[in-house]
Design a protein around this ligand. Sequence first.
Ligand code: IPM
Ligand code: MG
Length: 350
Amino acid sequence: MATLLLLPGDGIGPEVCAQVRRVAQVLTPELTIEEKPYGGTSYDQHGTPLTDETRDAALAADAVLMGAVGGPQWANAPRHLRPEAGLLGLRKAMQVFANLRPAYCFDALADASSLKRDRVAGLDIMFVRELTGGVYFGEPRGIEDLGNGQKRGVDTQVYTTGEIERVARVAFELARGRSNRVASAEKSNVMESGLLWRQVVTALHAAEYADVELEHILADNCAMQLVRAPKQFDVIVTDNLFGDILSDAAAMLTGSLGMLPSAALGAPGKPGLYEPIHGSAPDIAGQGVANPLAAILSFEMALRWSLGQTAKADRLLAAVKAALDGGARTKDLGGFLTTHAMGDAVIARL
Ligand code: IPM
Ligand code: MG
């Protein structure tokens, strides 16, 4: 029997994960759900955002679904014990190098976007963000005291051929099941790692994926095109930092950050890490008004990508669409439903 590890974490994480639990009880009663402390909450209880026990449970599960990590109360914790360090540590431990971040616009929400309806209606982009390399993990890093009243902060952007190739492969494979187009975003005009990125993607494309349409795009231009004419994109593959930034911009096109799920995948057969991309939203935490759909849709991705339950994933996606078509809206979507009531709206359509 499959096991889902829930890591509710901080801020609105526990509230949205509670709705995932309710949905799972209806849709997949056979699924075993475990729960472990994580993030700032774990730091408060155990002195670390990621205990060995939580990490081991994640590696042993079939899929891991987290709510969110972080909040102002941990701003002064040492960097390696901050909630975000727990997230990066978990990504690294699970070796989930490919982060799938879909940005699709539900028709019922096209008017909630900050762009005009005709620019976003029918939008369906899949970001493939490299997740375990680049400047997030590169060495050396640190802040050094230069002794003359000055300090020097260093981060290192670094990629190897293998790291680029494996994530580009995921993008090409995904594109084949979609509109067969990949845009690869980097800054090869100024960065060595960007130049290598372009070379490796070009070589892999020529060797194995010549049937897929490939476009190289500079990351800054990609940002501009995303808000100018986002529907030109199908799959966008990019590095860890550009992927972080570009996927946030794309998320807003869809109406609300509260809508978008993500999946972080590693080698086939290894557990995936699923998370709503909205973060912990400390400003509304504990009020019961957060939109649980990003978390529920992250569960949908887990069913699809880790749990081998495509039919149930389809059912869940249809239920979310039907709830939105029926007018179900949380505050972020201009409505008044509570987190729990939005959960009800989805469950009613299951
Ligand atoms: C994300 C978040 C994380 C990141 C933070 C919380 C470390 O912004 O998942 O996009 O930068 O990767
Ligand atoms: Mg981010």
